[in-house]
Structure formats: structure tokens, C-alpha cells
Design a protein around this ligand. Structure first.
Ligand SMILES: [Zn+2]
Length: 210
């Protein structure tokens, strides 16, 4: 029991450190950096990374084992950029992840993406953990629910995107073979992202973002 609790504690610390590093640099931290930053053994860090991977919190390249994603961050460019007040930016795995990130980090930011149908720019400003500006005002998000079998990075995230309008979302949807999911307003998608990520870094009060 005590062993399990310690393991969970390490797991949470590794995940927090990974998220903070991603937020600052846009890249995953290395096992070596985690060992040094957290004063944990390599074995414990790797045990935690394995747990994070099996629980779906991070995604690694099946062959190289390189960390490609620690939700909500992507190590490789996506069409969802989250730009912070100091100008630095990171890539989000999907539209919901992008909208949840500023609240997770308690940081003002602008989500920059594009309409999946017409490539029009989407700009959403989050200030003091609330939506401030949505451009265009009728922007929408298509949200695909993951099946239990689904690797989110491969199958779910690529289907959670922004559209400039309900019309363009419906036009895109009509052309898909199977697009099971739901339309969300930006307000709804923002609330969804905040629910998933809002408390991740605040659980023990010790971690402060940026
Ligand atoms: Zn459009």
C-alpha cells in the first residue's frame, strides 16, 4: 500500500515536471533531466514514464521510445499553436488540448489554428482563465470521442479540430466516411479543456507554471 502511494507520488511528480518543461521549451524533457530535477533514480523515472504511457498521459514512438506527446503538448508541429504573452509558443495535440492549456498553466495565451475546411485563421484569446476574444465569432470545434481501444495521439487527436463556422464543419462532416462525434461551441470546448487540464498542475499546490 505504502509502496503504491510512493509510486503514485513519483508518477505525479514526473508528469508535472514533464508538463512544465514542455510549457517552457515546447519539447519533452529527457529521462536524464527528470532524474536530476526530481532527485529520483533512473529506474523510478522510467517506471513512472511507463505508467504515464500505459495510462495514456504520454505517447512515445513505438520504436525509438522518444516522447512525442505529453497531453496536452505535442513535440512535433501540429496545426494548433498556443502562444504565450512573452511570444514563445508550443504545439497542442488537438483543439480541446489547445484551449485547456492556458487554464492548466494559469497563463494568458492565444490559441492560433485554422479552419479544417477553408484554412481560415482561427484566433482565440484566453485571459485570466477566461475566453476573451474568439475570431471568427462563429468558430466551432469538432470533438471525436475516443473508443477504449484508441491511441489518442493517432486516432482521436487528429479528429478534434477547429472550423470557422457551423456551415464549414457540416460541409467537412458530409465528406467523411465516418465522423462520429459532436459539434462544440468555443465556449463548450474551452470548458471541456479546462475540465480535463485545469487542475493537473495544481493538485498539491507545489507546482507553479511558467
Ligand atoms: Zn472555414
Amino acid at each position: 500500500m505504502i509502496g503504491a502511494m510512493v509510486l503514485m507520488d513519483n508518477y505525479a511528480r514526473v508528469y508535472h515536471q514533464m508538463l512544465l518543461s514542455f510549457a517552457r521549451t515546447g519539447q519533452p524533457t529527457t529521462t536524464e533531466s527528470l532524474v536530476n530535477a526530481l532527485a529520483l533514480s533512473r529506474e523510478k523515472v522510467e517506471q513512472s514514464l511507463n505508467l504515464l504511457e500505459s495510462g495514456g498521459s504520454i505517447y512515445r514512438d513505438p520504436e525509438t521510445r522518444a516522447i512525442l506527446a505529453a497531453y496536452p503538448f505535442s513535440a512535433t508541429p501540429t496545426q494548433h499553436v498556443v502562444r504565450f504573452a512573452d511570444g514563445h509558443f508550443v504545439y497542442a495535440m488537438c483543439a480541446i488540448d489547445a484551449l485547456g492549456m492556458p487554464v492548466m498553466l494559469d497563463a494568458d495565451a492565444r490559441v492560433e489554428s485554422r479552419c479544417t475546411r477553408c484554412d481560415k485563421e482561427i484566433r482565440i484569446t484566453v485571459k485570466r482563465n477566461a475566453l476573451e476574444e474568439v475570431s471568427p465569432p462563429g468558430a466551432r470545434v469538432w470533438y471525436m470521442q475516443a473508443d477504449a481501444c484508441c491511441v489518442a495521439a493517432l486516432e482521436q487527436c487528429p479528429s478534434i479540430n477547429f472550423f470557422c463556422s457551423t456551415e464549414h464543419l457540416e460541409e467537412w462532416r458530409a465528406e467523411q466516411d465516418s465522423a462520429q462525434g459532436m459539434l462544440k461551441t468555443i465556449e463548450g470546448a474551452f470548458a471541456h479543456g479546462a475540465r480535463i487540464f485545469g487542475k493537473l498542475l495544481k493538485q498539491d499546490g507545489k507546482f507553479h507554471a511558467l
